[in-house]
Design a protein around this ligand. Sequence first.
Ligand SMILES: NC(=O)C1=CN([C@@H]2O[C@H](COP(=O)(O)OP(=O)(O)OC[C@H]3O[C@@H](n4cnc5c(N)ncnc54)[C@H](O)[C@@H]3O)[C@@H](O)[C@H]2O)[C@H](O)CC1
Ligand SMILES: [K+]
Length: 499
Amino acid sequence: MITTDRMAAVDANAAALGVPRKQLMESSGNAVAREVRAVAEPGATVALVCGRGNNGGDALVAARFLGGYEVTVHLLGRPETIRTDIARENWAALGNAEIPRETVTDSRDFDLIDSDGDDPDVVVDAMLGSGISGGLREPERTAAAAINASDATVIAVDVPSGIDADTGEPTGDSADDTAAPVDGDATTDPVAVDADRVVTFHDEKPGLAGLDAETTVADIGIPTAAERFTGPGDLLGLDRDPDSHKGDNGEVLVVGGGPYAGAPTLAALAALRTGADLVRVACPESVASEVQGFSPNLIVRALPGDRVGPSRAERVASLAAASDAVVLGPGLGDGDGTREFVREFLTEFEGRAVVDADALRAVPEVDTGADLVCTPHQGELVDMGGETAPDPDERAELVREFAADLGHALLVKGAVDVISDGDDVRLNRTGNPGMTVGGTGDVLAGTVGALAAATDPFHAAAVGAYAVGRAGDAAADANGNGLVATDLPDRLPEAMRNE
Ligand SMILES: NC(=O)C1=CN([C@@H]2O[C@H](COP(=O)(O)OP(=O)(O)OC[C@H]3O[C@@H](n4cnc5c(N)ncnc54)[C@H](O)[C@@H]3O)[C@@H](O)[C@H]2O)[C@H](O)CC1
Ligand SMILES: [K+]
């Protein structure tokens, strides 16, 4: 089962692996044509009703695979307004191949009936797929009414036009659709195409099972690696709302420092460069001015003493309550009561936190209502009670099982990072051996912290690993194995661009 957003991510990851969308469209169109062949003999009349996006493009390809059928392609709108290059190229190919095609610019001209006054045997609904927003507009609305009124067998491409593939519900809200029923009566205003069959791609969609239509899932050649490995597609959907205000895009609290001042600072700077609006650092007063001295962009909250001990749990809890995500551990050390502090804090905390470094060992020891991402390297994983293995697939399964046991997401760092929430697993291949230098883990924790303020912990961990590895690869291009952790934060914005 795959959601529309995840499908878009996987699609972009496939392109990055060298399988571009036009190639996928060719497979999609082929699969649609196979479905037509399954319901009608050669010689049958087939009307392909195409929108101007890639859903329409799939049917433009299908028309080429339907030699022996009486095919008519109806494009809803002017060819110049076809929205993607790949769909436009397939439209042009039909013209060159003299496959009958017509354009519908006025909904009143839309007609499925042939010159003998007959309905086609098959209608392919390729008006709108995963790119739909809101209820059907014209001319799609009139076309949907005509499709629903015809006697043809209706095959929907990907999802019936007008239906949300994630929910199975019509995309229009009932207010502007006057709650019209989805049926074959042309006199009612249609909210969606009423399909007999659906050919969807790559995997089941959550909203299709509840429809009264037979669904086929076509393998369109998206490699498993596009789902298994992080890629640029994982960066999609993180755009911020243009109307957002200060604080809407994440307030992060970094809790660390004591024996070290650099580690919490690196985490905090990385969180800012990942896009958090406000980053506070709660650290012992012994290092507070040093941390502040590194950057005026940081808000430093000094805690009495030179270590964060259990007596600070209450103060940190109140700072954490005002934050969207906490990064717990960088530079905290493992003595003088810090472990007790972590245990006390996590026992009460119910928000989101990234737990790193010395704070990790406490996680299996506490019963917490918090939603955590733990970021151990393999040694720390073993210290937490987890297991590792040389074979990446075996390691991935061990990480998944341990995440399920813990009830928290894990990001286990290595040459290939393994990320799991106990259910899904992702592997991350970005990064390089130059990143074994001290401090890169702090950068990762801060990055994941900022992302966890905006998206779910598993996704935050996967994107964080990908982006920091990419920033590290750019830093290695510039500095080779002489790269240092401070090279990374400023490279994060570029690393997070989805291209
Ligand atoms: N890996 C894959 O997922 C593949 C999917 N394919 C097919 O591509 C479509 C999605 O294509 P996309 O271009 O993103 O969107 P649509 O064709 O669904 O819509 C495009 C267009 O329609 C306009 N629009 C939006 N809402 C409405 C509305 N309510 N009424 C009228 N018009 C509307 C808007 O302008 C959009 O830009 C997917 O479903 C698959 O069929 C690939 O071919 C193969 C890989
Ligand atoms: K469709």
